[in-house]
Design a protein. Structure first.
Length: 238
C-alpha cells in the first residue's frame, strides 16, 4: 500500500474520516485543516441564528407581495388609529384619589365616562369595605356618581385657556376634566363652564350631591383650583 492509504501514518501523523466531515492533521507541523459539507454548514448556521433564515426570507418577500399605500390612505389609517386611541384612553378611570372615612371605609374618587354610555366625564366614587366579609364575593367595586349634572343657563364652550390646558395634558375628554379633594373635610372643587364649583361629601349621605358655584372675581376662565390643606375655605386658582 502507498502512503495515501487511510490508517497509515509516519512520525505521529495520521488521517481519518468521521461522519460527513473529514479531518487531516500532522503532529510534526502542528497544523490542522477542518472541512465540512455544505449541509452541515447550513444546519450549524440555522442552529446558531435560530429562525433568522426564515425571517430574512419573509422580509425579502413581504415588500414584493404587498402594495404601497398612497398618502391619503396612510392619513386615513393614522386618523382612525388616533380616534381609537383617544376613545380607549377615556374609557378607564383616571385622576384617582383615596380617602379614609371615620368608620374605616376607604372611598375612592375618580373620573370616568358612564359605564353604560355617554361621552362626558363624570366624577364617581366607590367604597372599599374595611374587611372582607365574604372571600367568595367578587372583588369588583360598585360605581356611584358623586354629583348631579350641572345645568348651565347658557351653552358655554371651553375657553381658549381651557382648550390649551387640555391640549397640554393630552386630554380629549369633555365634562369634568379635573377636581380637587380636601380629604379631611370632604370638600370637592372642580372647574366647569369656565368657572369653579364646590360641594361637600361627608361620606354618609345618600344620593348625589348638588354643586354650587363659587363666588369669585374673574376676567377669564378659572382653571386649576387648589384647596389649602390647613383651611378648606381658601381656594386658589389660575
Amino acid at each position: 500500500m502507498d502512503g495515501s492509504s487511510i490508517g497509515s501514518g509516519s512520525g505521529g501523523g495520521g488521517a481519518g474520516t468521521s461522519g460527513n466531515g473529514s479531518t487531516a492533521g500532522t503532529s510534526g507541523s502542528g497544523r490542522g485543516i477542518s472541512l465540512r459539507d455544505s449541509d452541515d454548514s447550513n444546519s450549524d448556521d440555522n442552529a446558531a441564528h435560530g429562525s433568522n433564515g426564515q425571517q430574512r426570507t419573509m422580509t425579502l418577500m413581504s415588500p414584493a407581495g404587498g402594495r404601497k399605500k398612497s398618502w391619503s390612505e396612510l392619513k386615513t389609517i393614522v386618523n382612525e388609529m388616533r380616534r381609537q386611541m383617544s376613545s380607549l384612553s377615556s374609557m378607564f378611570p383616571m385622576n384617582v384619589n383615596f380617602r379614609t372615612l371615620s368608620d374605616g371605609r376607604t372611598r375612592v374618587y375618580f373620573l370616568s365616562p358612564p359605564p353604560a354610555n355617554g361621552w362626558d366625564t363624570v366624577l364617581f366614587y366607590a367604597d372599599v369595605p374595611a374587611s372582607d366579609t365574604d372571600n367568595r364575593a367578587p372583588n369588583r367595586l360598585e360605581w356611584h356618581p358623586v354629583l348631579e349634572p350641572i345645568v348651565s343657563p347658557l351653552s358655554i364652550s371651553n375657553s381658549r385657556e381651557v382648550q390649551l390646558l387640555l391640549e397640554r395634558k393630552r386630554l380629549s375628554i369633555w365634562g369634568i376634566t379635573s377636581y380637587e379633594l380636601h380629604k379631611s373635610s370632604g370638600k370637592i372643587v372642580f372647574p366647569a363652564c369656565n368657572t369653579l364649583y364646590q360641594c361637600l361629601d361627608t361620606g354618609y349621605g345618600e344620593g348625589t350631591l348638588f354643586a354650587t358655584e363659587l363666588r369669585i372675581f374673574q376676567r377669564s376662565a378659572a382653571i386649576d383650583p387648589q384647596i389649602c390643606p390647613q383651611n378648606s375655605d381658601l381656594v386658589a386658582y389660575v
